[in-house]
Design a protein around this ligand. Structure first.
Ligand SMILES: [Zn+2]
Ligand SMILES: [Zn+2]
Length: 314
């Protein structure tokens, strides 16, 4: 180990690190995941799903440092001040590094935002949000000819999702919980290079690299089960450092294959272009276009006003 002043202890590695070696550790762990799961090939053009939080900015920074051509894609979800602020962090980072960031906006470009759209479509906000993000990232990757979509999911995220999927034995989800989903059926490859880093690691990485990020969590996610699984795993980790890593990587090493579903172009229902947006779909009109239709059919606030005014007039 080095003689530099320690800035962080990483209990699951049973070691203290100075700033320089910690930054190197984060890059090395990311490189290791990319290699172990054959996530990216040299020369791959990648599109990073950027939220303005620590994980997406850290993965964008690390991939750029590792020599990948990585552009960013940000989606404004219309979640009040949270969305405005998160976009500013994403834009500021891109500017400071001279990186290219495309900004899409649900309300401006698709006619609804997550709070009102999910209500109108009678969907949970996180489900409408996840569906929209997946669709728009896939679409952006196809339009831009990117080889892969990169997300900033870290070990805490993946272990929490695994815990939820295991508690409820969601075998379909377990079959797709790999950090590398190959391209299939017109959908681009999706990879999660930060699966060896925890939230604490990515926060420390950003601090040491001078990356300003939005600390607040999405206000719509409050009360989300995912957060309670994270808290439970953090409690376990206190007494058993490395438990999260063992849980998730043990699953990948010894169990994931048993749940794997084939992702070749021949498997599953036939895929045809969506009648409205041309995205691959197994259902005539894709799920995002159906959500858009329902979410824009009623604009609740405006309708309420009109109705009230009509009553007063009569
Ligand atoms: Zn050191
Ligand atoms: Zn569509």
């Amino acid at each position: 180990m080095c003689r530099g002043p320690a800035v962080i202890d990483v209990r699951r590695h049973n070691a203290n690190f100075c700033a320089e070696h910690f930054v190197r550790l984060c890059r090395d762990q990311t490189r290791k995941s990319i290699d172990q799961f054959a996530m990216l090939d040299p020369g791959d053009r990648v599109l990073v799903a950027v939220s303005g939080g620590k994980d997406s900015l850290a993965v964008w920074d690390i991939l750029t440092e590792l020599g990948f051509e990585a552009d960013g894609f940000y989606i404004g979800l219309g979640i009040g001040e949270y969305s405005d602020e998160s976009r500013r962090y994403a834009e500021r980072f891109a500017e400071s590094r001279g990186l290219s960031l495309e900004v899409d906006d649900l309300l401006r470009d698709h006619g609804f935002d997550v709070p009102n759209g999910s209500r109108a479509a009678k969907r949970a906000p996180c489900s409408a949000c996840g569906l929209s993000k997946r669709h728009l990232f896939d679409d952006a990757a196809r339009r831009g000819g990117y080889d892969a979509i990169v997300t900033g999911h870290n070990l805490d995220d993946e272990a929490a999702v695994l815990m939820g999927n295991t508690l409820h034995w969601q075998v379909d989800y377990l079959g797709r919980q790999m950090p590398h989903l190959p391209a299939a059926n017109g959908f681009p490859k999706k990879v999660k290079p930060l699966v060896r880093l925890t939230e604490r690691d990515t926060a420390a990485y950003c601090l040491l690299r001078g990356i300003d990020y939005l600390v607040d969590e999405c206000p719509m996610a409050a009360g989300n089960k995912h957060l309670s699984y994270k808290a439970a795993l953090n409690d376990i980790e206190v007494d058993s450092p490395g438990a999260k890593h063992a849980f998730y990587f043990g699953f990948l090493d010894r169990a994931a294959e048993r749940f794997a579903v084939p992702t070749t172009d021949e498997s599953g229902p036939p895929v045809t272009p969506c009648e409205r947006c041309q995205a691959p779909s197994s259902n005539g009109v894709c799920a995002f276009c159906r959500l858009t239709e329902r979410a824009t059919a009623a604009v609740p606030i405006e309708m309420g006003r009109t109705r009230r005014r009509a009553k007063v007039a009569s």
